[in-house]
Design a binder for this molecule. Structure first.
Ligand SMILES: [Zn+2]
Length: 291
């Protein structure tokens, strides 16, 4: 195993100007890759990003690393089960503010998550050793936040941007148009590092964001092209039939998740007037107009 993917072992990331450690959780899996990263920021006065799942072993490891130092804030990117439930376990030991957005309704969400107060896009949180600004980045889910460690221009990206894979977009709460808008918004920032919830820290943010954006647009064009081909030969397509053809490069066990992201693309294309859905079967809007 590579040394930077050992659960519980802190890895120093960034320039070191502000101390940032990445601590991998023990929840490796098909949807979490090597597991969820928790970040520990600061030297004497700390902050935590994404405590991870409700895994007491991981929380105990974090408390050992904190070693009695003051924790001024827990930042939570979103409320999926592999990111936020560890917050409540930490709160049993730490009296600190919890920064994030309340969970939307839907499966996979952590209904126990309670932010300390209402937070909003652009808000800056001043800690003793650094300032973090909040960027609302809906798309993967509606309540997703990225956090910018200003002094390092390091962006904690949660599941908005991952290393080694692309995030799934989960409608109805997730939204492809919002996702692409949220990606574009980041391009105007002079970022130095992307610190994802899954995978390694990346030091080429502009390139990563551009590649991700292009990947999404390429997948959308492929969906439209496959839909058009099928409508000419077979007729309208079910979501599953379409997913099998559009995601022919994705391992079968990931297909159910690819289907969700494909649905997000189709909803966006339908809003654009490019496709229509009738009786749960999709086809290009053009083919209907020609009937
Ligand atoms: Zn997520």
């Amino acid at each position: 195993m590579q040394t930077d993917f050992i659960a519980g072992q802190p890895v120093e990331v960034g320039s070191g100007g502000i101390a940032v450690q990445r601590i991998l959780g023990r929840n490796a899996g098909p949807m979490t890759g090597p597991g969820t990263n928790t970040y520990l920021i600061g030297r004497q006065h700390l902050a935590i990003v994404d405590p991870g799942p409700a895994d007491q072993h991981h929380i105990d490891r974090l408390l050992a690393l904190i070693d009695g130092r003051r924790v001024e804030a827990i930042f939570v990117t979103h409320t999926h089960g592999d990111h936020s439930p560890g917050t409540a376990l930490l709160q049993a030991h730490l009296d600190t503010q919890v920064i994030g957005l309340a969970p939307p309704h839907g499966s996979g969400q952590d209904p126990s998550f309670r932010p300390t107060r209402l937070y909003e896009n652009g808000q800056r949180i001043h800690c003793s050793e650094f300032t973090m600004s909040l960027l609302h980045t809906p798309g993967h889910v509606s309540n997703h936040l990225c956090f910018l460690l200003e002094a390092e221009m390091m962006l904690f990206t949660g599941d908005h941007i991952l290393e080694g894979t692309t995030p799934v977009i989960l409608p109805p709460d997730g939204n492809m148009r919002h996702y692409l808008d949220s990606l574009e918004k980041l391009q105007s920032l002079a970022l130095r590092y992307l610190a994802p919830a899954h995978g390694r820290v990346m030091d080429n943010p502009a390139q990563v964001i551009e590649t991700l954006y292009r990947h999404r647009m390429r997948r959308e064009r492929k969906a439209l092209s496959v839909l058009t081909q099928r409508s000419l030969t077979i007729g309208a397509s079910s979501l599953h039939e379409l997913a099998v053809a559009v995601y022919d490069d994705v391992p079968g066990h990931l297909l159910p998740w690819a289907e969700r992201t494909l649905l997000a693309h189709l909803i966006k294309l339908a809003e654009d007037g490019a496709v229509v859905c009738q009786n749960e079967r999709w086809q290009p809007a053009q083919s209907l107009n020609n009937v």
